[in-house]
Design a protein around this ligand. Sequence first.
Ligand SMILES: NC(=O)c1ccc[n+]([C@@H]2O[C@H](COP(=O)([O-])OP(=O)(O)OC[C@H]3O[C@@H](n4cnc5c(N)ncnc54)[C@H](OP(=O)(O)O)[C@@H]3O)[C@@H](O)[C@H]2O)c1
Length: 261
Amino acid sequence: MASYLVVGASRGIGLAFVKQLSANPQNKVFAGVRNVESSIHLQPLLSRPNVHAVKLDMTNLVSLEAAAEEVARINNGKLDILILNAGLTGSGKLFNDSTYDEIIEEHSMLTNNVLGPVLTIKAFLPLISQGSQKKIIAVSSANADTEFILTIESGMGATYTATNAALNAYITKFSVQYRQEGIIFRSICPGLVDTGATQDPPILDQSRYEPMMKKLKPLFPDFKGPLTPEQSVDMVLEVIDKTTMADSGTFVSHNGNKEWL
Ligand SMILES: NC(=O)c1ccc[n+]([C@@H]2O[C@H](COP(=O)([O-])OP(=O)(O)OC[C@H]3O[C@@H](n4cnc5c(N)ncnc54)[C@H](OP(=O)(O)O)[C@@H]3O)[C@@H](O)[C@H]2O)c1
């Protein structure tokens, strides 16, 4: 039994975290979303007595402080596990095809994907330090693993990749800083996950993965294609569960190692 805050719970992987975690009535799950009313996929889960929607924008200090106060009030000043799942993926455009303006525009993702989680950690550290598990998990991406980039020869999404690499660096630095206080930090990649069903509008056409599969299959013969959010989250939750202080500061996949697919 534990208390969790899932940041970015309106759709995709974050929504699946809330769904799977709250299936255990012993857990208390805070679903952090920018807009509770418009989070239509989350709404049905709010009837579960152990799910609490919390309005939270990672880049807004007023919102973060109000969210931390609300969680503290409902959960006696503590939180066991913080899951920093929220993030933007950007256009994925190649550098060569981007104008100066587009590069600058994409760069704003650093504010959302790097500064956002860092501010969120700052807001919730007092609650985590009172929790029984004291775990802070950043949902990162295999894109931040340089060997993986070179293996799959992917030059796309450089800014998104940079945000994941920077977030991982923060997680490792914080792990060192907070080791004595017993707070565990870890970055985990959820694998390749098809979140199309909860996009607006939904994207259900699986054929969009065909070119990617063609490229990845020869490199990773065992790779069977994207995971569902539920499959990914089950695996990530197992990794979180097994994570101890000995793992603090590391970056692993949903397999609990450096197998990214
Ligand atoms: N899907 C994959 O294959 C994959 C692979 C590797 C890593 N990841 C990582 O996994 C995480 C979740 O991915 P996903 O595919 O589920 O993404 P998604 O479907 O696009 O959902 C992103 C979530 O982040 C929220 N969000 C964005 N900025 C926010 C902010 N400033 N404050 C609060 N919430 C914010 C969004 O909320 P709104 O509804 O308000 O926009 C939404 O709930 C991301 O960090 C992504 O980089 C995904």
